[in-house]
Design a protein around this ligand. Sequence first.
Ligand SMILES: Cc1cc2nc3c(=O)[nH]c(=O)nc-3n(C[C@H](O)[C@H](O)[C@H](O)COP(=O)(O)OP(=O)(O)OC[C@H]3O[C@@H](n4cnc5c(N)ncnc54)[C@H](O)[C@@H]3O)c2cc1C
Length: 341
Amino acid sequence: MTTPARCYCASSISHSSSFLGVCVKVACVGGGPAGLYLSILLKRQDPSHDITVHERDPEGSTYGWGVTYWRGLLDELHARDPESARAVEEHSVRWNQGVAHVRDLVTRQPGDAGHGIGRHKLLEILTARARALGVRLEFEREITPDELPEADLVVAADGVHSALRTRHAQHFGAALTPGRNPYVWLGTTKVFDSFTFAFVETGHGWIWCYGYPFSADRSTCVIECAPETRTGLGLDRANDADGTARLEGLFAHILDGHPLIGRASGDGGAPWLTFRTLTNRTWYRDNVVLLGDAAHTTHYSMRREPPSPWRTPSPSPTPCGSAPSCRRPSPATSATVRRPC
Ligand SMILES: Cc1cc2nc3c(=O)[nH]c(=O)nc-3n(C[C@H](O)[C@H](O)[C@H](O)COP(=O)(O)OP(=O)(O)OC[C@H]3O[C@@H](n4cnc5c(N)ncnc54)[C@H](O)[C@@H]3O)c2cc1C
């Protein structure tokens, strides 16, 4: 194992820090937004760091549709890495108001500004930037807890179902609370001009949709309801085509004749899931640090500056001391996060 003369923890990353001449070997497990963005920040901090991102899926494949963010996050991205921030901003769409449809009532809230970007595009931008900075990217490389890469710092950025965290769930104090309501993450060719909430009352209870644009020709539609509403509407038994057609009928007033789409690749529907709220008592164990959704999740209904996975590695440029302490990251990495509602 490489033993650096001095090292700086994931909790002490800043674009402005310049502790050069120390080669720290970092292995990021997971090439989602959190793992990729951390690798960018570390390389910017010191190009001599030896950083590898291990991603189990092929390059360019990811789940989901668009993601939203707000101006405050974009400002932070510009401050930390202007180059990727410019690309993210350039490929994002913007809106300036929120609109709520409740039965026949439509309420608009001007000034409710936000941004949306396709998850594929976001990862493409972060991947290209990491590569340009000299981060080693290994796709189709799954890491198991039994064969952790040799590194001074191993970053578990392997998502909410993190195998690295699960192996030591008791140490981390991991608590996974399944949500009650099922939701389905869909796309549509309807391009909303605002962040759109639509609440529809059915004979089996309410069903609602969060819609937001993320490109010039696509929007995201996350549809959610109580379990008994889903059963009452037959959505738990319907095949992909019938289920999608039923949802298109229920939300016809906001879709304007546009279809709902199950998967970006076009082959099949999207699964109904329940959101899992994850918290951990601590975010590190020896030289393994949890990052992004592996450390905490944020419910998609939290629209105001949630603790984004891009924001996790934060801010002070303070060195965390000698090599051994690098394997015991500072308590800053285990800071309490706001609980999702
Ligand atoms: C319906 C829904 C809507 C959302 N909307 C938004 C939004 O609008 N804005 C927002 O900011 N967030 C949103 N989120 C949350 C956002 O998607 C996550 O916070 C974000 O993806 C977390 O990034 P991550 O890198 O930590 O994990 P992930 O994106 O899950 O990435 C983890 C990566 O690790 C890889 N991996 C897993 N295990 C291994 C292994 N053993 N070896 C190698 N690789 C591995 C996976 O393939 C994956 O690529 C939403 C989530 C949901 C469910």
